[in-house]
Design a protein around this ligand. Structure first.
Ligand code: 3NM
Length: 213
């Protein structure tokens, strides 16, 4: 179990994020590039299909000894022995997910402002997402929170948190400068022709920054 969270580069995969390419091939490349936590986020498929994908991703992530998080569905997470579940603000409350997942699995949640971040911390979340930092087609319709929320999280949040939303190798330095120590990306990695290289470049930036501070 991975209750003690130690990661730098969080990668999310889902059916629509890498059209024409197989999930396992893309994710194996990301894992070879150093992705150290993986989430399956697939909103448009049946639960049965999600379960099958989750099983395959469980086998792959186990091979790389990387935690697997399932978006939205504690039952699927438990069924495939995933390491945790990731919730949105409209999903099950943290306390309910915790009860289902037990004390040793990871419960994470997306937050879009400091009030939500504090609430998640108080409710016992293991980590939070902080974003979307930049506008992103991967989560359309949600306003960017900018690096000002990243700076606030850096100053106030004591549980692990990860910056997410529109992050690429071009703007990662700005997000790290604002105080992020962990980054999450979807399109910049799984939508990249070279997911392994994309991971390596982002990780180099994160590690380089963490060593400086
Ligand atoms: N959650 P990309 S932003 C899935 O802010 C997700 O909670 C967000 O994708 C949040 O790296 C986001 O392609 C999309 O911008 C991230």
């Amino acid at each position: 179990m991975h209750r003690k969270l130690d990661f730098k580069l969080y990668v999310i995969t889902g059916e629509n994020y890498h059209p024409g390419r197989g999930m396992l091939e893309v994710m194996e490349a990301a894992l070879m590039g150093g992705a150290d936590i993986v989430q399956l986020r697939d909103k448009d498929i049946s639960k049965r299909e999600l379960l099958e994908k989750a099983k395959r991703l469980r086998e792959l992530t186990a091979k790389y000894k990387v935690p697997l998080i399932i978006n939205d569905h504690p039952d699927v997470a438990l069924a495939v022995d995933a390491d945790g579940v990731h919730l949105g603000q409209e999903d099950l409350p943290i306390a309910v997910a915790r009860k289902m997942m037990g004390p040793h699995r990871i419960v994470g949640i997306s937050t879009h402002n400091l009030e939500q971040a504090r609430a998640a911390e108080n409710a016992g979340a293991d980590y939070i997402g902080v974003g979307p930092v930049y506008p992103t087609g991967t989560k359309p319709g949600r306003q960017a929170v900018t690096t000002s929320y990243v700076s606030q999280a850096a100053a106030e949040i004591r549980i692990p948190w990860v910056a997410i939303g529109g992050i690429t190798t071009d703007n990662a330095a700005e997000v790290l400068k604002a105080g992020a120590r962990r980054l999450c990306a979807v399109s910049a990695i799984v939508g990249n022709v070279d997911p392994e290289g994309a991971c390596r470049r982002l990780l180099e930036q994160i590690t380089g920054w963490n060593e400086r501070t």
